[in-house]
Design a protein around this ligand. Structure first.
Ligand SMILES: [Fe+2]
Length: 246
């Protein structure tokens, strides 16, 4: 099976469409969405509808649940809060219902998906270093965990039985051969708001037969996505940061 994995689309329709165009030119059996479909970007309805239409397997991110009115806006930054209030107003009832219905964690035979961390998923912790990774490996029941949330692509590996953990993040296209006797935490980066200095939309394809992960970076119409953010009256920094990838 070949799985296309996307995280943190954040209502960026231009990034999502460009990414899907590239992914659909490859053979994909299933789309996996790691949460934060909405928030920040100007097209929350269109992005949510695309994900619903492609019948993706998805988990909820903190922005999805806040935008759907399922959690408070208290812990968000002022810019995120402002965008979430706008997103709440803009999302239609069907899309809110869909986002509310998403689980925060899903476990399959070959892998587990969660937006942030297996360590109390609704506390929205980040997995940034070996210590965070160790906590997650201890809770992980499958060989692979896919996560998002940090908007930075990266991979941690833990061999067994030794349990030596090593990891790295990267901001370019990269192919990774998954090794036997090793478990992995794979951060899919962000399709709609990369924060690794590379503004190109990030996604990956996981080929379970070849045990291979290929990260893709796709160019998209950043000026248009930014213009829509400005035109919607959202904070200009949300447009500017797309250009710099921060
Ligand atoms: Fe996010």
């Amino acid at each position: 099976m070949r799985f296309a994995v996307l995280a943190d689309i954040h209502g960026n329709l231009e990034a999502l469409n460009a990414t899907l165009k590239v992914l659909n030119s490859c053979t994909i059996d299933r789309f996996i969405i790691l949460g934060d479909l909405v928030g920040y970007g100007a097209d929350p309805n269109a992005c949510t509808e695309i994900i619903r239409n492609i019948k993706a397997v998805a988990v909820a991110g903190n922005h999805d649940l806040a935008a759907a009115g399922k959690r408070s806006l208290e812990t968000f930054t002022p810019y995120a809060k402002e965008a979430l209030l706008w997103t709440r107003e803009t999302l239609n009832d069907d899309n809110k219902k869909y986002l509310s219905s998403l689980p925060v964690l899903s476990e399959f035979q070959a892998f587990t998906i969660v937006h942030s961390s297996l360590d109390d998923p609704e506390k929205w912790k980040y997995v940034l270093d070996e210590s965070d990774a160790e906590t997650n490996f201890n809770l992980l029941k499958t060989d692979i965990l896919f996560i998002g949330h940090s908007h930075i692509a990266g991979v941690f590996g833990s061999n067994y039985p030794e349990k030596n953990i090593s990891g790295s993040s990267f901001n370019h296209e990269k192919k990774i051969q998954l090794l036997p006797r090793t478990r992995y935490i794979i951060n899919a980066g962000s399709a709609g708001q990369p924060r690794d200095g590379n503004p190109k939309a990030c996604s990956l394809i996981y080929d379970s037969a070849k045990q291979e992960v290929q990260f893709h970076r796709v160019e998209y119409n950043i000026p248009l996505a930014g213009k829509k953010i400005i035109d919607a009256g959202l904070p200009p920094i949300l447009a500017n940061r797309l250009t710099g990838g921060y």
